[in-house]
Design a protein around this ligand. Structure first.
Ligand SMILES: Cc1ncc(COP(=O)(O)O)c(C=O)c1O
Length: 362
C-alpha cells in the first residue's frame, strides 16, 4: 500500500479499496493482454462485454436478484433518476407517493413536480429537521410507486427496515448505502444508486428495474431518457462510461471475493458505526445529530458542543491525515462517511484523533 494514503472520510466521491486501485494500476497499460488500457478499449469489444456482464452477474449474486429484474448502468448520476423515474413510470393523471427525508428526496419530489406529476407526501421528517426516519405513512391506494431515500447522506439517517407498502412498488434512491447490507429486492420496482460512494467512481449510476416497470415506459419520451432503451441494449445504446463500469466491476469482485458478501460487509459496517457512535455518545464534547433509532451506518453526522471549534477541528484532522470531516455545505457541522471501503483501523484512527482533540480543546 502507498505510504501517502490518508484516512478518507469523504461523502462521495469516496474511498475505494486499496486492492481495487492496485489492480487498476497493475493492469492500466495492458488490460488482460489486450495491449490497451481499460480506458482505451472499445465498448463494442469482447473485453468490455466481459467487464459489464461480470458487473451485472456480481450485482445479481450479491443482492440475490431474480430474472424479473434488469441491471443497468446509466449516466447522469442519481440526480437524473429524480426525473427519469416519474417520466417513465407515471402516466398523465396518475400519481406517486414520496417519503420526504431531506435534501435528496426533496429534490426527487421537485423533479416529479416539474414534470407536472401529482406527488403525495406519504410521510416527512421535516418537523424535526430530518433527524429521523418516519414510521407512520399514509400511502395512496392507486399510487404508481412509493419513493424513498434509503440513506440520507447529509442528515446521517438510514431506514433500519423498509416500509410495507401493501403491494405498491417501492422505489429507492440507494446512492449512499447500496451494497452495504443485504435486503429483499422483491418489493422494489426500481432501485438506483450513483456509484461514487459505495461501489465505484463518479460517472455511472446503477439501476435495478423490474420488468413490469419497463412495461410502463411510454415511447413519447426522448430515447436517451427511456429505461427500455438501456434494458434492450445491455446498457450500450450509446457509449457507456466504460472505465467507471470497470471500476464498479472490481469493487463488486472485492465485495464478493475478499469481503465474502453483503452479510459480512454489514457486520463490518455495523462494527465501525457502533464504535463511532459509542464514542460520540460517551462524550459531552461531541453531539451526534441523528436520532438513535434512525442513525446511518454510512454517514455519521455530529456537531461539536462548541460550534466555533468545528472549523479548527476539521483543519486539525486534515493536519493529522484525516480528510473529509466537514458537514455538507447546506447544514454545516461535521460528518464522517464510513462507506464499505473504510476500514475499522481508519475508524479507530478517527476516534483516537477525536479524543486527542477533545483533550486539548475540551
Ligand atoms: C442519497 C443521494 N442521492 C442523490 C445524490 C446525487 O447524486 P449525483 O451527484 O450522482 O447526481 C446524492 C449525492 O450525494 C446522494 O447522497
Amino acid at each position: 500500500m502507498n505510504a501517502n494514503r490518508i484516512h478518507n472520510f469523504n461523502p462521495g466521491p469516496a474511498v475505494l479499496p486499496d486492492s481495487v486501485l492496485e489492480e487498476i494500476q497493475n493492469n492500466f497499460l495492458d488490460f488482460n493482454g489486450s495491449g490497451m488500457s481499460a480506458t482505451e478499449i472499445s465498448h463494442r469489444s469482447p473485453w468490455f462485454d466481459d467487464i459489464i456482464n461480470d458487473a451485472i452477474a456480481r450485482t445479481r449474486r450479491l443482492l440475490n436478484i431474480s430474472d424479473r429484474y434488469k441491471v443497468l448502468f446509466l449516466q447522469g448520476g442519481a440526480s437524473l433518476q429524480f426525473c427519469m423515474v416519474p417520466m417513465n413510470l407515471i402516466a398523465d393523471h396518475q400519481s406517486a407517493d414520496y417519503v420526504d427525508t431531506d435534501t435528496w428526496s426533496t429534490k426527487a419530489i421537485k423533479e416529479a413536480q416539474i414534470l407536472g406529476k401529482t406527488v403525495n407526501i406519504a410521510a416527512s421528517s421535516a418537523d424535526k429537521n430530518y433527524a429521523y426516519i418516519p414510521r407512520d405513512f399514509s400511502f395512496t391506494r392507486d399510487a404508481r410507486y412509493v419513493h424513498i431515500t434509503s440513506n440520507n447522506t447529509i442528515k446521517g439517517t438510514q431506514w433500519p427496515e423498509f416500509p410495507d407498502t401493501e403491494g405498491i412498488p417501492l422505489i429507492a434512491d440507494m446512492s449512499s448505502d447500496i451494497m452495504s447490507r443485504p435486503f429483499d429486492v422483491s418489493p422494489f420496482g426500481l432501485i438506483y444508486a450513483g456509484a461514487q460512494k459505495n461501489i465505484g467512481p463518479a460517472g455511472v449510476c446503477l439501476v435495478i428495474i423490474r420488468e413490469d416497470m419497463l412495461d410502463r415506459v411510454p415511447d413519447t419520451i426522448p430515447t436517451m431518457l427511456r429505461y427500455t432503451t438501456f434494458a434492450s441494449s445491455n446498457s450500450m445504446y450509446n457509449t457507456p462510461p466504460c472505465f467507471a463500469v470497470y471500476t464498479v466491476q472490481l469493487v463488486l469482485k472485492w465485495l464478493e471475493e475478499t469481503i465474502g458478501g453483503l452479510k459480512k460487509m454489514e457486520d463490518i459496517n455495523r462494527q465501525k458505526a457502533d464504535r463511532l457512535y459509542r464514542f460520540l455518545d460517551s462524550s459531552d464534547f461531541y453531539r451526534p445529530t441523528a436520532q438513535p433509532d434512525s442513525r446511518s451506518m454510512m454517514n455519521v453526522t455530529f456537531r461539536l458542543a462548541d460550534e466555533s471549534l468545528e472549523k479548527p477541528f476539521v483543519q486539525a484532522a486534515q493536519a493529522s491525515q484525516i480528510e473529509g470531516l466537514k458537514g455538507h455545505r447546506s447544514v454545516g457541522g461535521c460528518r464522517a462517511s464510513i462507506y464499505n471501503a473504510t476500514s475499522l483501523a481508519a475508524v479507530d484512527a478517527l476516534i483516537a484523533f477525536m479524543k486527542h482533540f477533545e483533550n486539548h480543546k475540551g
